[in-house]
Design a protein around this ligand. Sequence first.
Ligand SMILES: C[S@@+](CC[C@H](N)C(=O)[O-])C[C@H]1O[C@@H](n2cnc3c(N)ncnc32)[C@H](O)[C@@H]1O
Length: 386
Amino acid sequence: MNKQNIGKFKMFLVGLKQRYEDNKDYFIKLEVRYKSGIKEFPAVIEKDEKDTFKMAYAGKVENISIDQLPDTLAGEAEKYDEVHLVYEERGTNIIVDANQKGVKIRYEDNVKEVQDFHAATSHIGGREYIIKVGQADNLLKEIGILTKDGKVKNDMIRKYNQIDHFVELMREVIDEFPEGNTITVLDCGCGKSYLTFVLNYYIRDMLKRPCYFIGLDHSETVIKASREMAKNLGYANMEFHQTDIKNYTSDRRVDMVISLHACDTATDMAIGLGVKMNAKAIIAVPCCHRELLNQYDYEVFKPIIKHGVLKARMADILTDGLRALKLEALGYKVSIVEYISPLETPKNLMIRAIKMNGKNKLAEQQYQELTKILHVNPSIGNYVNG
Ligand SMILES: C[S@@+](CC[C@H](N)C(=O)[O-])C[C@H]1O[C@@H](n2cnc3c(N)ncnc32)[C@H](O)[C@@H]1O
């Protein structure tokens, strides 16, 4: 193969390494077939139970690290006319054909694997799902997680994982509410309402507890789609409103406010609405944190936050830390947990707040001191008051 195409092949392998890093649990196998004339030389790379890569090639089996793969595989390609590579992961095969003419990449559904996933009644990486394929098929089909013939869509696996993990952590929150009373849940920035539908199924159909859901989003399209899905599923205990979260008012009692990846300060609006509506529980998984990045200024941090990436991560931590502290000041018991692996989404922190009795003066004082030292005016402070 010529140098140019070897270079392209190597670039692809570098991309593949990143894909592996982002989706380690999805990896199944990597097969490479080097060809010269009619002769073929196969290499098979698999992981053992200790997550060590073993490469079987040219009559030997050797350990190989993911970092060595691009150089090793592209280096071998220099000796041959053609390379055919299949990277097999759950749901998808990536196939590469590299030769003198060029490097072609295509993606194919790994249907057998998707069927296996179905047959395993919803296990990924050994975890059993709460909302199971095979039991909740009508719901999962309607919200677009499953295909019409009951297979998990490849591009919905992450969403399915996220909402199922979210639901798993809801059990102890739901136990805070007295049996028999209707639990009213307000989903802020509901989008297509995957979370609301799945949580409704969990509380109503699995836990057999009465519940009512209100979804808010400023996008007309997603609100229409959510109403349509509720109608198709026959769920009369749901309403959806096209509105900005900060403008929503209602006389209805709200027990729990949830928000999953509401953009930037929409998370603060959701928390603020929960506080104003006196919700017993506020559960927020924040998304991007742009607000404090250009505000915070603290001399002591300067030698560290000269690195842009650290400055951004520090802004994330300060934003969520101040949200939690403000909630504590208002009398909530707060915990912050990683609700899902960062490989699924880097936006994986869940703020869980349960209303207790009385305000916490010390936390309020700490909040005021911190915002002063950092020179910040976070939205959380404004939305919980106004
Ligand atoms: C990233 S999506 C997440 C949707 C959904 N929670 C999910 O996890 O699938 C964020 C949603 O928040 C909505 N949103 C953002 N800011 C909002 C605001 N101020 N008021 C109402 N909706 C808002 C957007 O329209 C979008 O549908």
